[in-house]
Design a protein around this ligand. Structure first.
Ligand code: B16
Ligand code: MG
Length: 228
């Protein structure tokens, strides 16, 4: 079948909001006397807000009451939203629009598969909301990546079998989720971080339309092969 489901992660794939998550989490962590590196931050990518705060508290060896925990999550989100509210279409990552338009031309299924509860407002701000046939975000799932729920729901909404779906992901947890869903996992980012992905590209400018066509035709399938 020459139709596939293409599932895009949001943060770090469609837009670089990963940097805003990092700024907001680091500010919050520092206020608790905890610091973490950009390398440790990789572990926060793609995972839920709750799990992110749990990890930061683990790093700092701190425990909080449930009320404090909830209030800190709200503080982080306010800080994060102050960055998001300044975003516009210029913040869409290079060649994302080109790939979305190409997939639209080829009449492929297009879904978002993000852990973020802010996914819809972000897509609206960067004027991409109408490019997706389905959206699954942090409001729609009960299990966080690396659990495959977010991508399996995307496949279902697109009416596609998981093995006919492809996931673009910038996070380790997200690549693992795609693999567990039995989808072709395409890492967007660094090879040494995303080595579990079937294919890896630095960004969409490195991905040819021929590569996408070969996925659509089935010539390229799920193998543990690295292209860069
Ligand atoms: P929010 P993605 C994820 O989005 C981020 O990568 C991760 O860092 C964040 O904690 C998570 O969304 C939740 O985001 O606080 O906005 O609900 O990469 O899955 O698109
Ligand atoms: Mg991401």
């Amino acid at each position: 079948m020459n139709k596939k489901g293409f599932i895009f992660d949001l943060d770090g794939v469609v837009v670089d909001t990963a940097k805003y998550h990092f700024l907001a989490w680091r500010q919050l962590a520092n206020s608790l006397g905890i610091d973490f590196t950009e390398e440790e931050n990789e572990q926060l990518k793609g995972v839920s807000r709750v799990r992110s705060l749990e990890k930061i508290l683990e790093w700092g060896n701190k425990t909080l009451s449930q009320d404090e925990f909830t209030s800190l999550m709200a503080t982080k989100n306010e800080e994060y939203l102050s960055h998001i509210n300044k975003m516009d279409a210029n913040e869409v990552l290079p060649d994302v629009l080109k790939v979305l338009n190409f997939l639209e031309e080829r009449q492929q299924g297009i879904s978002l598969g993000s852990a973020s509860k802010n996914a819809r407002p972000i897509l609206e701000r960067v004027e991409l909301l109408n490019k997706f046939h389905a959206i699954v975000d942090g409001n729609d799932v009960s299990e966080a990546k690396p659990n495959p729920e977010v991508f399996l729901k995307g496949a279902e909404l697109l009416d596609m079998e998981p093995h006919n779906c492809v996931v673009f992901e910038d996070s380790v947890a997200g690549v693992q989720a795609a693999n567990r869903a039995n989808m072709i996992s395409i890492g967007i980012g660094e090879k040494h971080v995303l080595h579990e992905a079937d294919y890896i590209f630095k960004d969409f400018t490195e991905m040819s339309t021929q590569f996408i066509d070969e996925i659509i035709s089935g010539k390229i399938s799920k193998v543990n092969q690295i292209i860069q």
